[in-house]
Ligand binder design. Structure first.
Ligand SMILES: [Zn+2]
Length: 253
């Protein structure tokens, strides 16, 4: 196999494991995709040995067409909610990767009608920037199983990088799987903070114009490369970083 393709499949598989290991999604549900320059899509599918996102291997990452549905060979099936990926990728030529996950705090914030506002500053600058751009709420609670539902969600996302799905989860997008996965982690952190502040009956102002000037984009080398390496090394501590092995990993402690 083409090494670039294999490396991309490894990155997506690691991204799935990181989402599960950090609690940014429920154990079984969620998926990561990445569109190749030729228009085909690498996406986390469900196979005969499905054991949840924490145990994703490269075999679970299948190369499919944007229009595919159902069975994709070797006993693998596209996720039921593949239209999330297909329709966002179709609507957003500027985006290559999509994550759908179920972070509990984001669901709580949506249900409690607590929008994710730009109230956190230097604690997490990428989260602040995402909130400042706006995190819209898609008001439907069912599975996104049709192109129509996918298009509706893509319209809510607009040209943003993240959206909440009421009573369900989140979507984030990025230039690559690393960026879209780390955005889900940042969104999860922002949601946890939003829920905690709401629990203390806090009503914080948004970050002031003056303070915004001191919240620069520190760049992907810092925001992505270092954070990604940290999460991969944490997986390694648990014996969970080898995504080529079907039996890799132990039960989380
Ligand atoms: Zn879902």
């Amino acid at each position: 196999m083409d090494t670039t393709l294999l490396e991309l499949r490894r990155t997506i598989a690691l991204g799935c494991r990181i989402l599960a290991a950090t609690g940014a999604t429920t154990p079984i549900l969620g998926h990561v995709s990445h569109r190749l320059p030729d228009g085909r899509v690498l996406v986390r599918c469900r196979g005969p040995q499905e054991s949840g996102l924490l145990f994703t291997t490269v075999d679970d990452i299948r190369l499919v067409e944007l229009d595919d549905s159902g069975e994709v060979g070797d006993g693998y099936r596209l996720p039921n909610e593949y239209p999330i990926h297909a329709e966002i990728l179709r609507a957003r030529p500027d985006v290559a990767s999509v994550v759908h996950a179920h972070p509990v705090a984001a669901v709580v914030a949506g249900l409690a009608d607590r929008p994710l506002r730009p109230v956190v500053g230097a604690f997490n600058i990428p989260a602040y920037r995402m909130a400042a751009d706006g995190v819209p709420l898609w008001p439907h609670r069912g599975l996104v199983r049709t192109a129509e539902a996918g298009r509706s969600l893509a319209a809510t996302l607009g040209d943003g990088s993240a959206a909440l799905l009421l009573g369900h989860g989140v979507v984030t997008v990025g230039d690559n799987p690393r960026e879209s996965v780390l955005r889900t982690l940042d969104l999860d952190e922002l949601a946890r903070l939003t829920v905690a502040v709401a629990g203390l009956d806090g009503r914080p102002d948004e970050v002031s114009e003056a303070d915004r000037a001191d919240l620069p984009d520190l760049g992907s080398a810092f925001n992505e490369a270092v954070v990604w390496r940290y999460h991969v090394r944490r997986l390694a501590l648990r014996g969970l970083d080898d995504v080529d092995r079907i039996d890799a990993g132990k039960e989380p402690r």
